[in-house]
Ligand binder design. Sequence first.
Ligand SMILES: [Mg+2]
Length: 329
Amino acid sequence: MLGEHELIARIRRRAGSPPAWVTLGIGDDAAVIEPERSARIVLTTDSLVEQIHFTRQLTSWRAIGHKALAVNLSDLAAMGAAPRASLLSLALPTDVALADFDELVEGFVTLAGQAGAPLVGGNLTRSPGPVVIDVTAVGSARPRRLLTRSGGRPGDELFVTGQLGAAAAGLALLRAGAARAALDADASACVCRFERPDARVRCGVTVARRRAASAAIDVSDGLADAVHQLAIASKTGAVVDASDVPVHPGAAGWAANAKQDPLALALSGGEDYELLFAVSRRHRRNFFSAIRQSGDLTATRVGRLQAEPGAWLNRDGRLEPLGPGFVHF
Ligand SMILES: [Mg+2]
């Protein structure tokens, strides 16, 4: 492995020239970016730790680089913030090959370019143990266009983008040693979702700009956790209608094979990085216009917020407590 300065030079070469709002990018003591006029700066950070969030055996270095940024972009999307810049700090053990380092950077920088979140700086250090990838994403949003978790009101309907359970099914397939070439299209899509999640940036920004939702959160730890967090922040209760939860067909297929409940994958599987919105009746049409503007993406009504406290799952008219999402600790 090369020294720190050589590695930074490699990242800088790969990152290319940044957009005009980056006054000073990689290479000085700190980066300088220009804020959007009359916008608020939105900041988020998240880290991926080897053996906790990924293993080298199951996921390619390029996918790891992509995912490290995507999970942060998902948090910006949930705030309705447009990406503006990103920072990457790596703690690397000495057994990481230069080619693998290059792949990780490639995965990160490619997504950064696509998302308009140029890599403007970071840090490199040796790690005595696992690979640690620490990412900060900077976003931009108009003050009255920000989405938060806390704006939900009783009577708002809950909508989730895309389909759920795919990432959990993809991880289960990889863990079971599934041969990728032998997977059908739905199962392949699950593996792809686990490895290279798509942050719903355009959707979050469009919904926020149209003020079409009263609250939002990204679904990083399963739908159940997202509903709990949104309801708690909004000081409401919530009901999820079990039969309306959009389960990814690959997740349904995996669950049928494994004799598992497909709904459990969607509710607590995690890592799908879809968005959950609370939408008032008044804004329902506005919300669907925003979804149509968000490209090839669907949104499904999965429940509602209510005044009565607690989070509930409605199975064929019978209410049961909505279980927790994926538990990290
Ligand atoms: Mg989040």
